[in-house]
Design a protein around this ligand. Sequence first.
Ligand code: AMP
Ligand code: MG
Length: 408
Amino acid sequence: MNPVGKPGKVGALMPVEDALQRLLAMAEAAPIREQQALPLAECDGRVLARDLISTLDLPPWPNSAMDGYAVRLADWTGEPLLVSQRIFAGNAPEPLAPGTCARIFTGAPVPQGADCVQMQENAVVHADQRVSFTEPLQVGDNIRPQGQETTVGDCVLTAGTRLGPIELGLAASLGCDRLDVVRRVRVAVLSTGDELIEPGLPLGLGQIYNSNRRVLCSWLTRMGCEVIDAGILPDDLEQTRTRLAGLGGVDLILSTGGVSVGEADFLGIALREDGELALWKLAIKPGKPLTCGHFRGVPVIGLPGNPASTLVTFALLARPYLLRLQGVAQVEPLRFEVPAGFAWPKPGNRREYLRGRIEQGKAVIYHNQSSGVLRSAAWAEGFVEVMEGTTLDIGDQVNFIPLSEVLS
Ligand code: AMP
Ligand code: MG
């Protein structure tokens, strides 16, 4: 990256980090405390409400890492050994008879008295069925010791962990069939704008189909939220008041549109009258205007209506807020540096989240970065983050945030 001599004029714009910190502080001030115990099969995507402490050693007993022969090292003198038992995974073995070895298979418990396993590739079975070894052995060879992975009392997953297939598998490996999770976040999705109609209806002049509703409802569902689809809200103060008043039981009202300075900012008026309103001008592109406040105590985040702006501000601000509300510590997506495959000659005063891809090891961007163009994001694999006040030459390092990091 080439920071230009003079940093870009940020003026009165709020840096993205500041907006995020404020939102996270809001979430921390009123976190969701209710929990429920759910079967593992229902925990995917949910947030663990209390530390998971192991009540087991894993493995619970020493077991063989190989198919081979279990032996007490001191008994292997070079003379062929009698095979005194065969131990498969799932068997409970007898103690090893002195001076013998045991045929053993991967995952089977190592018999008491044995202290190493010779892999079968290094064993020769003689005509009399005795076995000798072609390679030397050491105590502990090819044995997975008891408690190698986890011991009783270990904190295996901390409260605030988002549960996915791996975490659920880990809980299963410890014998847990239920976990205590934070109850779902209830989010009402409100699409504002007189121009909006739902897909399936004929399109009149001046109308557009409501795409934000679909984006947000599907995304929130993937995130494990309970979605209350509050439909389209016309640009009308009275209807705005009534609709908001009907959403009392939710944890967040998430609206799109109507937050630019325009006269049609009825959401803003309603919040000012009956709650609290902050209108932020963010140093982010796409997505400058963001409403933050509450209506009769119910938190409200108003995202800008342009589809790419909705996407970016949801991914970088609203999503972390919703995760932190459930106690998740790590709420920011992973970013990694890649060389830019494009030049960025003009420094901006807002941080850009360009919809891009990685091609031949370099970040490339969609040809149309207009905030109204959702196709840019459908084409993209991630956001290319260009910091405010910077220019880029091809090959300069730039941050890349994979969409897969934020889409669930
Ligand atoms: P606004 O924030 O209401 O000024 O809207 C900014 C732009 O986004 C306008 O072109 C709107 O028509 C468009 N827009 C607002 N809401 C939606 C929506 N739910 N789906 C698609 N486009 C929208
Ligand atoms: Mg509007």
